[in-house]
Design a protein around this ligand. Structure first.
Ligand SMILES: Cc1ncc(COP(=O)(O)O)c(C=O)c1O
Length: 454
């Protein structure tokens, strides 16, 4: 019998996070203070983040040791399984081999706790007692609520309005882990009230919810802001995924030609891909593919520019691919991918030609999700289904070229709280939104006058 699952022992959980900055051919450009245009220093970030995370944000060390307390928390769900998707290969009729790393086995159901427990740990160590954050689909909000509960911190979650309405049970989950949750934009912050006054019916966006969570943290000494993606330290924490996958692919006596992940802010993609990128930089031939929604095509159609990370311009200026900080993506069901920007590390690596990106329509993504559920059994999160569609596209192209590929993708989460989206798909009610050029041009007006990357 051919093996399906490749499992590591708890003793094989990686002891270090991998920092891609140490190996990048071009250093990422600095984050700038919007007032002075100068690079921000650790002191500028201190009101929002604990110093340990700020130091990880700017670190150029290739590896950073994972504290024992965090490793102990990781044992609740790590190591995660790697699967050979033989049944999916058969259903798709491909000659290629498809593997996936499954992060949905964590208690909240996605990769997000890999950084949530680390962030909660360092905040607690430096005396903060409360964290504020945004959430799109609710995966990040539930991961941080879970981490705060385990570590005894308070947590306030600003959840993007459209997901708050579409995913009521993610809300209940966040409450079960003891966090306070409110729909964003909310009446609880100045920027939330200002946006509601101008756009009372807005579906919200991650950019708006980030503004609210940052305002919340900046106004209270006991509170830090916590971000579930985009920042260097968040991507760093996720590299446990790729390190485990390297060992598991070796168990399967295989090595991927293509490594694939969906991209919202970029953390699950980076988590799987960066340890393989290290191999690529060392000379191995690997194609790294980032998959995004056509409704929010940041990497494929955005501009590489300095922009704010949030809608109300409270964050520093970040060098990244962006659609403009006031861009409100259409209310597609992959709520976690509705972000106007992307991680600066990924942006730089796309510019340098080490990572490529592709964008997909949500009906194609759900077709792939249903094929996957029907063959592998797991019902994927709509975000993760972008990676499944990407993997099937790569397999199809290889078949058409008469080639065989070994494909590895990140199944970043399950979709058990996304069944309303599946309902809409089965009822034929999913709208395919491909953004027109005029809307992109309009949204990019928001960054006029900001400094340009070198
Ligand atoms: C299951 C899942 N995958 C992917 C993402 C996208 O985030 P990132 O690009 O940071 O991995 C999210 C975000 O909410 C998510 O919930």
């Amino acid at each position: 019998m051919e093996q399906t699952k490749f499992l590591l022992d708890e003793s094989e959980i990686p002891r270090r996070w991998y920092n891609v900055r140490a190996d990048m051919p071009s250093a990422p450009q600095p984050v700038l203070h919007p007032g002075t245009g100068e690079p921000v220093g650790p002191d500028d970030l201190a009101p929002l983040f604990p110093m340990a995370l700020i130091l990880q944000e700017v670190s150029e060390e290739p590896e950073i040791a994972i504290p024992d307390e965090i490793l102990d928390l990781y044992t609740l769900w790590r190591p995660t399984p790697l699967y050979r998707a033989r049944r999916l290969e058969q259903a798709a009729g491909t000659r290629s081999r498809i593997f996936y790393k499954y992060e949905g086995v964590s208690p909240p159901g996605s990769h997000k706790p890999n950084t949530a427990v680390a962030q909660a740990f360092y905040n607690k160590k430096e005396g903060r007692t409360r964290l504020s954050t945004e959430t799109g689909a609710g995966q990040w909000g539930s991961a941080l609520a879970f981490a705060c509960k385990l570590l005894g911190l308070e947590c306030k979650v600003y959840m993007v309005r459209i997901s708050y309405d579409q995913k009521p049970f993610r809300r209940s989950m966040i409450q079960t882990w003891g966090a306070e949750i409110v729909a964003s934009p909310s009446e609880d912050t100045q920027c939330g009230r200002a946006i509601l006054e101008q756009f009372p019916d807005t579906p919200g966006s991650l950019g708006i919810a980030i503004s609210e969570a940052v305002e919340d943290a900046a106004g209270r000494d006991d509170t830090s802001y916590s971000l579930g993606s985009v920042l260097n330290h968040v991507l760093l924490h996720q590299t446990v995924i790729g390190q485990e996958a390297l060992a598991q692919m070796e168990m399967a006596r295989a090595f991927p030609d293509v490594v694939i992940g969906c991209v919202g802010g970029g953390s699950n993609f980076a988590g799987l891909a960066f340890p393989f990128l290290r191999e690529k930089i060392a000379g191995r031939d690997i194609d790294l593919l980032a998959c995004e929604p056509a409704a929010c095509p940041t990497l494929t159609r955005g501009l590489f520019a300095y922009d704010f990370g949030d809608t109300s311009k409270l964050t520093p200026l970040v060098p990244m691919h962006t659609l403009g900080h006031d861009f409100v993506p259409a209310p597609i069901h992959a709520g976690g991918l509705r972000y106007h920007g992307v991680a600066p590390l990924i942006s730089q690596l796309v510019i340098d030609g080490l990572i490529r990106a592709d964008a997909y329509l949500q009906s194609d993504v759900f077709t792939a999700a249903v094929l996957f559920a029907g063959s592998e059994g797991i019902i994927p999160a709509p975000e993760s289904a972008h990676a499944i569609h990407g993997a099937l596209e790569v397999a199809r192209e290889a078949d058409e070229a008469g080639e065989e590929r070994t494909i590895l993708f990140n199944l970043s989460g399950h979709g058990h709280f996304d069944m309303a989206a599946y309902d809409n798909y089965f009822a034929g009610k999913l709208e395919d939104v491909a953004l027109d050029e005029e809307e992109i041009e309009r949204a990019l007006h928001a960054i006029e006058g900001l400094p340009a990357p070198a």
